[in-house]
Design a protein around this ligand. Sequence first.
Ligand code: OOG
Ligand code: NI
Length: 458
Amino acid sequence: MEFISTNQIRSKFSALMSEMYKKEVPLYGDLLDLVKHINGEMLNQKVALNTQLHMRDEYKRLSLERHGAIRLGTAQEIKTICRIFAVMGMQPVGYYDLVPAGVPVFATAFRALKLEDLNESPFRVFTSLLRLELVEDENLRQIAHDILEKRQIFTERALILTDKFEQQGGLSKIDAEEFIHEVLETFRWHKEAAVSKALYESLHQQHRLVADVVAFKGPHINHLTPRVLDIDWAQKEMFKLGMSPKAVIEGPPPRNCPILLRQTSFKALEENVLFPSYHISEQGTHTARFGEIEQRGVALTVKGRHLYDELLEKSRTQLGEIPNDQNSEQYMEILNENFKKFPDDYNSLRLEKLAFFRYFLNKEDDLLKEENHFFELESLIKKGIVSFEPIVYEDFLPVSAAGIFQSNLGENHQINYEITSSKSLFESYLGCEVIDEIELYEKIEQKSIENIEEKLKK
Ligand code: OOG
Ligand code: NI
C-alpha cells in the first residue's frame, strides 16, 4: 500500500487548523494579514535578508510557519497526543518547566526534527501538562482529578487511525484525510463547558489555568503564532490597529543579528460559555484564547544560551519586578544595555561558538583545486570558497512562555510554588524521553561541515 508522507499530513493539518482558528478567533486572521504585509515589505526592502532566506531554504516555509499551544490535564492525554503527533512526523523536543515562573505546568514542544522536514512544514505545538498537585484545596483537587480522568478528548476514529498508523507504519491518503479531520476535533473550541458555573468559579479562583484545563471538554487550541520578519514593526502596527499587544516583547532585545526568539501577543478574548445546569444552561464567559506573533533568530549553543540566560536574568533583577505596561521603557533600556555584551555579528557569534551555523560550498571547482586536500574550514571561509548561514532556532524559551501565559492570566499574577518539577517526572507522564534540541542543532551544523569535507576528499 502506498502511504502519504508524515510531512504532508502535518502540513495539511496545520493549514486546516489555521482555517479553523481564523473562524473561531477572527482577530487571528487580522494578525495573519498584518504579518503577511510586513514580511512582504521586508523581503522587498532587505535584499540581503531575502537572499539569506532563499539560501537557507526558509523562504517558502515563511508564509506557512505557525506554532500552536494546548494545555492538557492528564498523563494519559499527553501520552496519546504524543502518538497522534507522531503520525504527523512530530516528536517531543525540549523540556520547559514553568513552575518556577509561577505557572503550574510543565511542557514540551512537538515538532519535526530534520531541516528538510521543517522546511516542508515547520508546524509545532507547545504542549503543556497541568500540575494538578498545585491545587491547594484537597477537595477541589480530587474533584478536578475525577473530571479529568473521565473525559475523553480524542475521537474514537482518531484513536483507531493512530493504531493503524503504528501497525502499518503509515496511512493511506484516504485514512490520512479522515485522521486530520478527526484530530482537529480535539482542538476545537467547545462553547459548552464540562462543569457547572459554580465549579468553574472555584477552579478559576485556584488559577485561571486550572479552570481552562479542567472546565472544558477538550484542549482548545489557545493560539496560533505566525512568524514575522520584524517584530518591533509588527508590535507598533498592533498598537495602531487597536489590537492591544502585551507591554513588552518577550526574549532578547532588537539586534542586527537576531538570536533565539522574540514574541508578543494580544490579550485573550472574553468568550461566551454555556455552563450545564439542572434546568437551562447558565451563561458565562471565559478568557483563554489569544493571538501571538514571533520573530525567530539563530539557535544558540550551550555557551550562547548561558550568556543569554545570564543577561536576561540580570536585566530582570535590575528591574526588580515583572516587566509590565508601566516599566516597559525602562526594562527595554536595561535589556539593551546588558545585551551589549552579546556579540552582534554572525562571524563573532560563530568564532566565539555562541551560535550554530550551516556551511555551504560556494565554488566547488575552487575547492577541488585546493592543494594537499587539507580540510581547514576557516581558511576555506577566508578564501570565499565556503560560506555560512545561521541555523534558525526552532524551539521555545521558558521565561518567555511564562510571560505569555501571565499576560493572559492577568498581569503580574505570580505565585511562588513550593514544589519542584523534573524532566524525568515529565517524561514518565509522556511515556518517552524528550529530545535534546541542542543535539539537533549540533548535528545539522556537523553534517554541513562533513558534506564539504567529503567533497574535498574525492
Ligand atoms: C503556552 C504559552 C507558551 C510560547 O510561544 O512560548 C507559548 C500557553 O499559553 O498555553 O506558546
Ligand atoms: Ni506561543
